[in-house]
Ligand binder design. Sequence first.
Ligand SMILES: Nc1ncnc2c1ncn2[C@@H]1O[C@H](COP(=O)(O)OP(=O)(O)OP(=O)(O)O)[C@@H](O)[C@H]1O
Ligand SMILES: [Mg+2]
Length: 314
Amino acid sequence: MSEESYRKSYESIVEKVWGIYAEAHPPVQPVRNPEAAHRVLKEKYKLLVDVNLIILVYAAFLDGRPVLFEGPPGTGKTEIGEALLTLWSGREAFVLPCSENYDEYRVIGDFHPLKAYKYGFNEKSFLPKPLLAAMIMDTGVLIDEIRRSNEEFQNLLLDIIDKRRIIVPELRMTFRASGVGFQFIFTSNPEDLAQSELSDAFLRRVVRIKFSYPDPERELEILRLRLSHLDVKVPEEIMSLSVEVVSRLRKEDLLYKPGVSDTVRWMEVSSRIASLKGKTRVDVSDVLEAAKAVLVKRVEDEESVLDIVESMIR
Ligand SMILES: Nc1ncnc2c1ncn2[C@@H]1O[C@H](COP(=O)(O)OP(=O)(O)OP(=O)(O)O)[C@@H](O)[C@H]1O
Ligand SMILES: [Mg+2]
């Protein structure tokens, strides 16, 4: 391939990427100062995030290191990861929910069968996928639930992250990251028994950040932040009670333990129930009704969960 035709093919792929992905990944004001990011996360994304966590993530990004958020369900890993990548790169992040059968054709690029038949395996038949698009657009990538992917895929990712380039052999082309916006956050829940272990090679490369359930004061603060938009208000004492209940449930031997996302949803549903009943404030009966729908996830847990909820909320 001559230099001129290489350049043309390269540019046509770059153009294709922007044509397909720009609309879903619009630019946003980048925020690379941790204190400022803390404020924007709270005001715009309604996420309460420690400044120290933001500093650690941004420090990793300055070094081109991927970050691993590890912790129990519903503690904000996915939402915080996506928001931080977006603020760092100044463009809506890519999110890849992992599946076992990911390979380079699904995440880097594939070929349109009819077009490949007609034109061959070249830029005309090439279909760029999210990882290549993110690299070309200098945007962050959230790889959600990394333990659900296979080891081959994890190795593929590490190679891309280490070298900051993607090779597409069929095109005989190499794409390189052009800026510092192309960064990675992985999420994982180590307590999920059905999932695989992450390899040492993988763990060596990532900056691991542990997520856990917030203390009650902080969870209450999250509730206030998340429930402020509701028409039918949840009284402060009910919010406090809900935090006590979930914190107790997390200590029990249950199959499903509520995350912060469940506390928020529980209170939201309570408020909606109250609203549909024409009330102006949430009361205990709405909260009990919502608990049955939101806090009980497994038949095996039902009795214990309801016993605890009913004994604590009267
Ligand atoms: N720090 C926080 N600030 C604000 N909301 C939070 C926070 N942590 C959790 N939440 C609540 O949880 C939801 C986000 O949960 P998210 O899905 O990101 O958690 P996760 O850790 O990725 O869970 P899972 O393991 O189930 O994927 C938010 O919509 C909000 O209701
Ligand atoms: Mg998640």
